[in-house]
Design a protein around this ligand. Structure first.
Ligand SMILES: [Zn+2]
Length: 342
């Protein structure tokens, strides 16, 4: 197996005023993603997020028109063309799925979780999340049937404004199109390269390698495998979920989804314990790329300092380089506690 968790450990030297101006060395790491080779920087700083004022955000959102609240939904949101979705909008339980007026893709949906304007993070569990995810899967399957050119799929979630959401009312964004996004394209290239070099599937080896190392591994729930990311994508360590036996979102079963939502709710519980009230989630999938597997990332989002600075700055924006202030290995045990009983 050539899968490696490569890193370069470095030190930066300085005269530290907090240590009597003595010569100090501050360690950092440059890590290489085992699939794509993309690098990220990992520090170990004594950072602890402060609890944000969620009530204030929710209050402000109630003063702005919300198209997803029941009084506005029917009149203020679009419907799908009848040839694609004959009923106009997809409804599953309490969830309603509509077209996205700001289309990121040829096929771009918005799955509104429920009539509730604000769904607190504490209440995000398999029951409250199930309908919106099920509706998103129904939509992607219908798109795949109706448009053979749609070959790349994702289900995305910006939870709360801090993660980029302009609308507090909880909603997912399932997308399908003809061209993969950068992240998915790099995954596919990595999977093909790995298979060519090793005659093996990357994801199955990845799952084995993380379990063996046991430094970041969290839990396996049904068909879903959960681990802290070796090269975190966010300011605080993020979590990866892999379905090592599922090639496409289109084949995800009810049991698969239940396992995923159970794992997700555990991760969110862990985030809450860390005072994280906002996150991004993406589930990546192709239609029929043989070496690829359905996988997801869940990234905590926050305003790190009381001034309200963004957790995305020049490294991610300009250099496409992630940086993380805590090593994933340092927080693994805490995250794993949230999985007890899962
Ligand atoms: Zn609303």
């Amino acid at each position: 197996m050539t899968l490696s968790f490569k890193k370069i450990s470095g030190n930066t030297r300085l005269l530290n005023p907090f240590k009597g101006n003595a010569l100090d060395e501050i360690p950092f790491e440059i890590r290489f993603d085992p699939l794509t080779g993309a690098t990220g920087r990992v520090f170990d700083l004594p950072f602890k997020a402060e609890k944000p004022d969620v009530a204030d955000t929710v209050d402000r959102s109630k003063k702005i028109f919300c198209p997803f609240c029941p009084t506005a939904l029917e009149k203020s949101t679009p419907e799908f063309p009848k040839d694609l979705i004959p009923e106009g909008r997809i409804k599953v339980g309490g969830a309603t799925l509509i077209p996205n007026l700001a289309p990121f893709e040829k096929h771009a949906g918005v799955a509104i979780f429920s009539a509730e304007h604000f769904l607190p993070m504490e209440n995000l569990n398999p029951e409250t999340m199930g309908d919106a995810f099920s509706a998103s899967l129904v939509y992607l399957k219908r798109v795949a049937q109706g448009d053979p050119l749609a070959r790349f799929f994702s289900i995305n979630w910006n939870y709360m404004p801090c993660a980029g959401s302009s609308i507090v009312h909880a909603h997912l964004q399932p997308n399908a199109g003809e061209a993969a996004t950068n992240a998915l394209r790099e995954q596919i290239a990595g999977c093909r390269r790995y298979r060519q070099q090793n005659r093996r599937n990357f994801w199955q080896d990845f799952v084995q390698a993380e379990k063996q190392k046991d430094e970041r591994y969290l839990k396996t729930i049904g068909s879903s495998f959960w681990t802290m990311s070796f090269v975190p994508a966010s300011f605080l360590p993020d979590v990866q979920c892999v379905f090592p036996e599922r090639m496409t979102l289109l084949e995800l079963s009810k049991d698969d989804l239940e396992g995923f939502l159970e794992g997700l709710s555990r991760i969110l519980k862990y985030f809450l314990e860390e005072n994280i009230y906002s996150f991004n989630l993406s589930i990546f999938s192709t239609k029929e790329e043989e070496s690829h597997r359905v996988n997801a990332r869940i990234c905590p989002r926050l305003l790190p300092r009381p001034i309200g600075n963004s957790d995305i700055a020049y490294p991610q924006m300009m250099h496409k380089e992630s940086f993380t202030v805590r090593p994933p290995e340092a927080v693994r045990e805490k995250a794993r506690e949230a999985f007890i009983g899962a």
